[in-house]
Write a protein that binds this ligand. Sequence first.
Ligand code: GLN
Length: 515
Amino acid sequence: MKRLFVLLAALVLAALAPAQRPLTMICEATFPPYEYHVRGGIDGIDPALARIVAACLGRELEVQDMAFDAVIPAVSTGKADIAASGITVTDERRRQVLFSVPYVQAAQVVVVRQGCDIATPEALRGRRIAVQSGSTGDLFVTKTFGDPERFQNVTFAITAVLSGKAEAAVVDQEPARVFVAGSQGLAILPEPAVCETYAFAFAKERRLLCAQVDAIFEAMRRQGTLERLLERYFAAGRSYKQDKAALAEALDTSDLLAEVLADEALRARLAELAATGAAAEGGEAVGAWQRFRETLHLNFVAADRWLYLLRGFGVTVEISFFAVLIGLAIGFVVAVIRATHETQGTLAVADFLCKLYLTVIRGTPAVVQLLIIYFVIFGSVNVSKVFVAVIAFGFNSGAYVSEIIRAGILSIDRGQMEAGRSLGLGYLSAMRHIILPQAFRNVLPALGNEFIVLLKETSVAGYIALMDLTKAGDIIRSQTYTAFLPLLAVAAIYLAVVSLLTCLLGLLERKLKNG
Ligand code: GLN
C-alpha cells in the first residue's frame, strides 16, 4: 500500500514538473546565408548549428528574430540562451558576453557600384560609407574614417549603395555575396577591409552551456561536419543568382545531425560536462553600485558618448519643429478645402484630392512613408536626410492636423459665417477672421496631442540612417552592449521634452481663453 502511494506521488510530481523549456536562440534574420527567413521559419548556418546543439542537449530549439544591435544586450541580460547571428568575436564584446570557440573565418568587405573609382579599402577615406549599425563594419569605419551612415541591417546598407545614397558599404563577406548576386550593378572589392571570426555568445554566467557548445563545435570540426554544413549554406547563398529558390526553403542537415549524435567521444564529453559543469554556472559577485557606476561611465562619459545624445536630441527637435510647421500649413489648407466643400458644395476636385491624400497617409505607417520618400521619391537625387524626414513627417502629420482643424471649423455655429458675410466680408476673409481663430482655440488640446505624437513618431528616423535621439541611444547601445541605461536616458529626454511642450501648450491655451 505504502509503495503504491509513493509510486503514485512520484507519477503526479513527474506530471507536474515543468517540461524542459526549449533552448532559445536570437539572431537578426536578414543575414543570409547565416540567418534568413524561409518558408515556415528561420534557417541558415546559425540556426542549423543551434539545432544540432539543442539536439545534442536533448532540447527543442526556438529561434527568434530581433535587431542586431539588440542581440548582445538581450543575451547578456538573459532574454535568450544563445546569441548566434554571425557575431564577430571582439575584445569589447567579450566584456559583456562569453564566446564559444569560433566556428568560421569571416571578413568585412567593401561593396561598391560597378565601375566606381574606389578600388581598395584605403580609398574609402572621405567617402560616404554605409554600414549596419553596431556591426564590426560600423566599428571599423568609425575608427578609421569617422562616422558612417548607419542602417538597420545589411540589406538597407547595400540598398543605399545601389540607390546612390552611399558610395560604398562595409559589410560581412558572405551576406554581401548573396546580396550582390541578387542585384544588378554591384561589385565586391577583392581586398577585404578586416578579417575576423564568428562565434556563439552567451550571458557571462552560462559557462556550462558555453562549454557544451565548445565541445560540439570541436567535435564537428574533427568530424568534418562543420565544414560540410558551412559549404552547403555557402553554396546555396552563392547560387542565389541562378536559382532564386535556393534560399526559400530550409536546407536539410539531418544527415550531419545524425553523424554528430552518433559521436561516442562527444557523448562522453557532454555527459562529463553535465555531471561536473553545473557547479560552474553562476556569476562573479561585483557590487551593484560599483557595477552601476561603471555602466554609467561606459555609456555616457567614455568616448564622449553623451555627445551622441546631444546631437540626436538636436536632430529630433529640428525634424519635429519643421514637420509641425509643414503639418499645420497642409492641415489648414486641407481642412478649409474640405469644410468649404461640405458647407458650400464647391471645390469638388480639390476635395477629392484631399480625401485621396488623407486615405493614403492615414492608411500606411509613417516609417513606410519615410522609406518610400527616401529610397523611391528622392531615390536618385542627393538631398539632406533631415529634409527628407521633415517632408515625410510633415506630410504625415498634415493629414491628422487637417482632420482636427476640420472638426474645429465644423464645431463653429453656421450663424457666425452668415453674420460675417452679412457684414460684407467675403467667404475667405470670414473664414480667416471669424471662423479659423475660434476653431483653432477649440482644437488646441487636440493639436497639442498631435504634436506630441509627432515628436515621438520621429523616432523611426533612424531607418534612413538619420541620427535622431532614439538612434543615438541605439548607437550607444551597439557600442557598449548595455540594454538599460541608453534606453532609460532616451526615454527620460523624450519625457522631459513632452512635459515642457505640454506646459507651453497649457500656457497658450490659458492665454487664448483670456483674450
Ligand atoms: N559580423 C558582424 C558583427 O558581428 C555583423 C553581424 C550581423 O550583422 N549579423 O558585428
